[in-house]
Unconditional design. Sequence first.
Lengths: 332, 246
Amino acid sequence: MKLLTKTHTSQRRLVEILRVIEESDKPVGARAISDCLCNRGYELGERAVRYNLKILDELGFTRKEGYSGRVLTTLGMRELSDALVDDRIGFVNTRIEEYMYRTGLDLERRAGEVVVNASIIHKADFEKVSRILSSVFDAGYTVSKRVRIFDEGSEISSFQIPNGCLGIVTICSITIDGMLMKRGIPVNTSYAGIVEIRDRAPQEFTDLIAYSGSSLDPMKVFMARRMTRAFDAVITGRGRVLANVREIPTAAGDRAIELLKLAREAELGGLIGISGPGEPLLGCPVSSGKIALAFYAGINAAVAAEEQGIRVKNLPISALMDYSVMDELQPG
Amino acid sequence: MSDISVPHSQPLIFTLSRIENLMQQVTFDPRSGEGRIITNTSRVRKERLQDLLALFSDAIQSGLSVCPRIKLIDEGDTVSIKTACSLTLDGVLLKAGIPVRPKGGGIIEVIEREPVRFTDMLMYWATTIDPIDVLTAQELTDITGMMRTGNGRILGNLQEAPMLAKEQIEELLDDLADAGFTGILELGEPNMDVLGVSVERDHLGVALVGGTNLVAAAQEFGILVEHESISDLSEISEMKHIDELF
């Protein structure tokens, strides 16, 4: 008994209601859902929402909590990640765009919102993890050395850090995309991939996945397949690390290079290379009229820890944080 | 900053090009039952071979394969196993003059033995790793569930062809079924979604069961298998029915 029995339009409506409930951190009622839907372009009155909620309750996707509030059930959560696959192909791009829009980095003041990845680890592993993280930062395979550490019980975005654990937040390369976009350069995050490192230098992409052609986050795909050898890249200078590629108009090249210089001074780096107009970048195709910029993924540090057998839960592109409250990792 | 501009390089080959390259080498004729087909390669340690074949046989009986014929190659400590890849069907349609386009691979939810929808999909043009291989590693499949209870998540792919060719496609798929090539999950109506994925205007979609389900099932059962999908071509006459092999 799933949503599939419904027509496409009503499936869409039901899924949209599930999304509204998911995004709220507390139980929501029909009134609030109706308002939220309206902001997203779905005109659905309170009464109609109530009717749809009844359907969702019957399907087992939502349940009542408190006075007429609704929360998602596990089944509902699962449905959200399964339904309407057609809408979810390339959806990571939409997420990235949203985060780019929400950044507000001021390079001179070294403050403002940046995009971060969160990695959750056990407290007992902290010392070992911070040693590995520092080594990856020093080798330059990430965007920035700055981190912020969250204790158990605190929240990153809406994720609560479980007891006995710590959250380490690192800077995601989408921050750079946001920085360029906010200064008027149209940025298209095109591919995620694995870059081969030899003699401590990037050689070529060995695999690529286009963000716009997948319903799964390509970075998560590479991590789950355990295709990286980031720790080896740090220690022996030979390995494989995560990276991603964005395209900008050829005419914006000089301006972008200038901005990246300023970013470097503000301790944001990780640039692997810039392509010529329409020319492939380390084996990654580039559209004509565009140049491409490849950056190391901020998540490489946490990935290296995972490779060393430490249990790490990685949540890429998970929140925004003020750059000024992030600092270099202090060696334990 | 001139040191950051990198030398011109050869672009990587994406899965779609690899598939088309193999498709055009397919010579299998379903009527004569002869010719070359596209195969996947799995490699297993010899002591696990019988377990693996038993599992393959179960999976094939549950309808989770393209064709029950396989080929074993002794390699000392290990055995290489060639199984049919569903893209063989694309090759056969192509050779019959139908411009068929492989779109992507994904996870298909099955309820009461009926495929109901794709829950994840990766387009062939967008990736250098076969989508099916990508998805096998994400712990998203539940092939065991499908075999035991009829409910689960299996691997499959989607292709598109012009709706004009509908009758000819149906005929060819019938011929292929007679020759032992099954695994058609859904043949869509013109312009209609196939298992929740839309097709281009005036096209129809065909969803096929992925040959890699056999390997994903083995992984779920804890049998360690090295695997490469869409790896090469094999002569069908050198492949034997699984029942003859174990």
